[in-house]
Design a protein around this ligand. Structure first.
Ligand code: PMP
Length: 422
């Protein structure tokens, strides 16, 4: 690699700065679903969801550039841009979810959502799943499955077993919804008994980091009843499934039939410009600002609002949610037609699909095999990655402008890679 980039990077950015791939890729340009490396090689991007409407989409680029050339200040001045955007965004959500707080990252969004729940309930107990990630602040990282916080997890955070397609909570697929709700009920009882009380359950309604198990609509209904009966709030982390990605619905919680009290969002919201947000009811925001106050220098600026508005425009004008359903359905059918002894499950919705690999004939995850598939697909010019508790689920989550031809290219490359592996 020219200019010794990996060594310089490590020296100046420090150790343990992870990269994707055995041979890290130096990407220098992107357009739509295509990326080019420094040597001019083209890749199909089947992984990145932040460039939701495509890498370098001209309408988003122009909106950012035009607003940056006009004005970029903060939310302590009146500006129509953020108000227009908040009106448009909240119109996509029902159930009194009509107040937006803009932030810059998904981590910040979840951090303040949890603190909103504290303020609104006066309690501190929080519940999440045991195979999740909701971000990197001090508070939110209490939920990270990857690492135990220094000093151990705080007592007021409890984790419940994540739903799973192949290894269901409670032992049976039919009983999983009730079994998951029972785990949440048990965690609430523990929080009450420990004197913390119960403030909120936070979950991604698509369970993206958990490996997006196949769950029927209504799966979370018993859980919702348990949470409401205990006086807690439900936080839906829409950082991954939001903005139409799953095809049939604009939001992941609509898809599964959940009615959250607080919705958080980020990644795709500004197509790469750092925009994230929290939407909830006015009384929850009132309690939060009373107890915590809140100002975020870079959040909700005119440029952030312009980027986010342009994303909504493009999703609508290019019919990207319907496209995710159509192209995703085609890709899913193609993936289901693959034949390999290690494919244990193929699942997902819209343009968020996965292939789960296990040891042949069993349920033991096959993370090394999955990692090798990811490497070999990169060698053949297709970028994907892996996810899940066992690191054994191929994660396919491309920009929403993915076409049928792109889906076919991905399917052909994956089939070719699998042919050479056993
Ligand atoms: N929530 C979920 C479900 C996520 O997957 C992530 C990031 N992968 C976050 C929150 C954190 O978002 P950010 O990296 O923008 O802080």
């Amino acid at each position: 690699m020219k200019n010794n980039l990996p060594t310089r990077r490590e020296r100046v950015l420090g150790p343990r700065m992870t990269t994707f791939y055995r041979e890290p890729v130096e990407i220098v340009r992107g357009e739509g679903v295509r990326l080019w490396d420094a040597a001019g090689r083209e890749y199909l991007d089947a992984y990145n969801n932040v460039p939701h409407v495509g890498h370098g989409h001209p309408r988003v680029v122009e909106a950012i550039a035009a607003q940056a050339a006009t004005l970029n200040t903060h939310t302590r001045y009146l500006h129509e841009g953020i108000v227009d955007y908040a009106e448009r965004l909240t119109a996509t959500l029902g159930d009194g979810l009509d107040v937006l707080t803009m932030v810059c990252t998904g981590s910040e969004a979840n951090d303040i959502a949890l603190r909103m729940a504290w303020a609104a309930t006066g309690k501190t107990g929080l519940i999440g799943t045991d195979a999740t990630y909701h971000g990197n602040t001090h508070l939110v990282s209490q939920f990270s499955a990857g690492r135990t916080p220094i000093g151990g997890r705080v007592d007021w955070v409890r984790r419940v077993p994540a739903p799973d397609s192949l290894r269901p909570v409670g032992g049976s697929v039919e009983g999983q919804a009730e079994a998951f709700a029972a785990e949440v009920a048990r965690a609430i009882d523990e929080l009450e008994a420990a004197g913390h009380g119960f403030a909120a359950l936070i979950l991604d309604p698509f369970f993206a980091n958990e490996g997006f198990p196949d769950l029927p609509p209504g799966f979370l209904a018993p859980t919702q009843d348990v949470v409401r009966a205990a006086g807690g709030l439900i936080i839906a982390d829409e950082v991954q499934p939001g903005f139409g990605r799953t095809g049939g619905h604009f939001w992941g919680h609509e898809r599964i039939g959940l009615t959250p009290d607080i919705v958080t969002m980020g990644k795709p919201m500004g197509n790469g410009y750092p925009v994230a947000g929290v939407v909830t009811r006015a009384e929850i925001v009132e309690a939060f600002r009373r107890d915590f106050g809140y100002f975020n220098t870079f959040a909700g600026t005119p440029v952030a609002a312009a980027a986010a508005s342009a994303v909504l425009d493009v999703i609508a004008d290019e019919g990207l949610q319907a496209r995710a359903a159509e192209v995703g359905g085609h890709l899913l059918a193609g993936l289901r037609a693959l034949d390999h002894a290690r494919i244990a499950d193929v699942r997902g919705a819209g343009l968020f699909l996965g292939v789960e690999f296990t040891e042949p004939g069993g349920l033991a995850p096959a993370p090394e095999f999955t990692a090798e598939v990811v490497e070999r697909m990169r060698e053949r010019g297709v970028l994907v990655h892996r996810i899940g508790r066992g690191g054994n689920i191929l994660k396919i989550r491309p920009p929403m402008v993915f076409s049928r031809a792109d889906a076919e290219r991905l399917g052909t490359v994956l089939a070719g890679v699998l042919e050479g592996m056993d």
